[in-house]
Design a protein around this ligand. Structure first.
Ligand SMILES: [Zn+2]
Length: 313
């Protein structure tokens, strides 16, 4: 062995996990998403992480965590996320979680406080479909019902902008301030859904939700691609490419990122299946999160890894 060779071979290994980082206009999505294994998607500019997977290091920096549903591949790292943040002196994480499982998540977190003998702080926010969590006056998170396991939720990150009503244009600032003081509504609100994340979902009304159709960036699953996987999609309550191909033309998003592809189908094969169904033009706005642009690690993700089990994910 020459002295330049590393002591630990850096060859392809399950121990080396490669994360995606995709720039989309003014934001990035950083993450990892393989069906049944792990899903965690961060939007660092908005301080939000969708699902936590096994709590990879990058996800720790998000102050807000939005949990879509209770399957282990989406929620396993929740205690680690909180504990590590506390350990590293970061402020307590705020976790939005479907109300139906909030009590059980709380029990797990309390259990870990006892096991670790550490009073890890956290804020748990039970969410119902349609409920809005105000992060700031100009930034809210709205939950929506998805169609998966129990009360699964998607989340829209919504920018709230206040505009001056047309009839008050041309009036000077001090006068406007005085009117406002007298209780006159001089502004109206515009909501712009910036990023919407669906977690796991089957085909259903969620795809008619304005926050889904109009979000600048849509993060959606499409798990199955091959003809004989249709039944798997139905049983697991996931999308099959045939359904996604029907949905895609109705979406107005600038960018769509496909998540949660099954290991049963390689990521490039999956992209090929979708392209065949929807054509080149629509594919211009679609990216697959785990398509690492021909990098070696991308090959790893496609070909390596444990076989996909048949259980629900
Ligand atoms: Zn699931």
């Amino acid at each position: 062995m020459s002295s330049s060779e590393p002591l630990i071979p850096q060859a392809k290994s399950f121990l080396v996990q490669k994360f995606a980082k995709i720039p989309l206009g003014s934001i990035h999505v950083i993450g990892y998403s393989v069906a049944g294994e792990e899903t965690v998607i961060q939007v660092p500019e908005l301080d939000v992480c969708f699902d936590i997977g096994r709590a990879p290091y990058f996800a720790l920096t998000s102050n807000i965590l939005c949990i879509s549903h209770g399957h282990m591949d989406h929620i396993a790292g929740i205690s680690y996320y909180l504990s590590q943040r506390h350990f590293q002196g970061m402020k307590p994480g705020t976790i939005l979680v479907p109300a139906e499982i909030a009590k059980f998540v709380d029990e797990v977190l309390r259990g870990w406080r006892n096991i670790e003998r550490q009073k890890t702080p956290y804020t748990l926010v039970p969410m119902e479909p349609g409920q809005v969590y105000e992060v700031r006056r100009d930034f809210v998170i709205r939950a929506m019902e998805t169609h998966h396991a129990g009360a699964s939720l998607g989340y829209a990150l919504v920018s709230v902008r206040e505009k001056l009503k047309a009839e008050y244009h041309g009036i000077l600032g001090p006068e406007l301030a005085a009117m406002k003081k007298r209780g006159i509504e001089i502004q109206y609100k515009i909501e712009v859904p910036l990023v919407t994340y669906l977690g796991d979902t089957s085909f259903g009304p969620v795809f008619q939700n304005p926050d889904v159709i109009n979000a600048e960036v849509l993060l959606t699953e499409c798990t199955f691609y091959e003809k004989d996987h249709k039944q798997r999609a139905k049983v697991g309550r996931h999308l099959h490419v045939d359904q996604f191909a029907e949905i895609l033309p109705t979406l107005k998003n600038q960018h769509i990122v496909v998540l949660h592809v099954s290991r049963r189908t390689g990521i490039r094969k999956a992209r090929h299946f979708l392209r065949k169904r929807v054509g080149d033009e629509l594919m211009k706005k679609v990216q697959f999160l785990m398509d690492f642009d021909g990098s070696v690690e991308g090959g790893d993700i496609e070909e390596a890894g444990p076989p996909q089990g048949d259980n629900a994910d």
